[in-house]
Design a protein around this ligand. Sequence first.
Ligand code: NDP
Length: 455
Amino acid sequence: MSKISEVLAKVKERYGESEPNFVQAVTEVFESLRPVEDRHPEFLKAGVYDRIVEPDRVVIFKVTWEDDRGVIHVNRGYRVEFNNAIGPYKGGLRFRKGLNLGTVKFLAFEQIFKNALTGLPMGGGKGGSDFDPKGRSDREVMRFCYSFMAELFKHIGPYTDVPAGDIGVGEREIGYLYGAYKKFKNEHTGAITGKAPEYGGSLMRPEATGYGLLYFTAEMLANSNLKEKDIKGKVIAVSGSGNVALYAIEKANEMGARVVFASDSSGSVYDPEGISGDKFTFLKELKEKRRGRIKEYAERYNLAYFEGKSVWDVIKEEGIKVDIALPCATQNEIKGEHAEALVKAGVKVVAEGANMPSTPEAIDIYKDNGILYGPAKAANAGGVAVSGLEMSQNATFIQWKRKEVDLKLREIMKHIYRVASEAAEAYGHPGDLQIGANIAGFLKVAKAMVAMGIF
Ligand code: NDP
């Protein structure tokens, strides 16, 4: 049995029931690494495959806080410090009802390879809590964040582990988390990214994941065999309406595309004329400032609203045509049946803004039908890339201009596309960005692990 099969079998046996998302993420990466196994005996000798699936450290802690009525709540906090071979642990915090260790581990595992792909010195980590900020007052969120950080601050730092935002953790939460960190630690350092520019944040960080996704998509199109290689004029389906989705829509509009879908966890809207101009301004204000529901957008503009349906359900059921799909909500949102509907809808490109939004069946369907597939760890790496740039700025006590950061972001997305394509080619799968991204990310981390010995 090959080493890869042996490790996969072990991971499945151990976590198959308790942590299915983690098993899915490891399987996805390891299946891509098969061409690496024979060519790199040094990785086998150093036990890299066994070592890389085991987190360096998992911290689980109690978070006690009081709501506005004086009721006491207890939530669970997580930080998975997975691998720091190439730099400090780095990855976001997710606040979402039902969050569990398996999901945090899958996200931290993915982050190892994504961060390596950016070319910046960042290891892989992720964390969060089963606390849901939706419907909570600012003061409640603040009390939660201070209590969460009362434990987390012991484990993080600018050279140790640097969290950022993710689902449910936006500008407000980062502000409270950083305020708490500063208070407990009595230092003002780059221990968290995604900060507002007034207190050390990088310009362009809020935009980075969504903009980066569009830069990557443009790169995919430009290097493809498709007749039309420009984003301009394309019809795009975006899912979600959070940080990643909003800035993906903004950049798609700027590039001359028409975005006809957006959603939240309650339902989806279809806007055939495109979510742009005043309508986009309304959506941004609704989601970023008022924390409202997407249904209000449909009501305001008299559009179709699909309660309880994802964008992919609607495309499947209504047979709507789109050119590009950008899933920007959550894991496993596109299942096999949805992927089949995307083929029928005429989709040419799927680029992932969310982490692991496509199930393995969906990915197979994209590939079997010639859909260009931009996997999450390459396509959505713009966020962590600018987080890395925020760390650089914090370490040198300077702030770069917006234009400078945007230029660096564009270069990094091009770099990711290039290294993923080259690795795909070099290892016998030309054009397969999934295999290429996994191999390119893995090689960097594995070489560092070998160089530093066995410990
Ligand atoms: P936000 O919390 O800002 O937005 C998430 C959006 O997705 C919301 O519209 C939310 O709806 C929707 N959503 C969340 N869970 C579900 C679900 N189970 N079903 C349907 N809709 C859902 O998060 P982000 O935009 O930051 O993150 C979105 C995705 O992008 C995640 O997979 C994240 O890991 C990934 N990502 C984020 C990065 C970043 O820089 N922020 C970087 C790289 C990846 P509702 O408001 O109803 O909850």
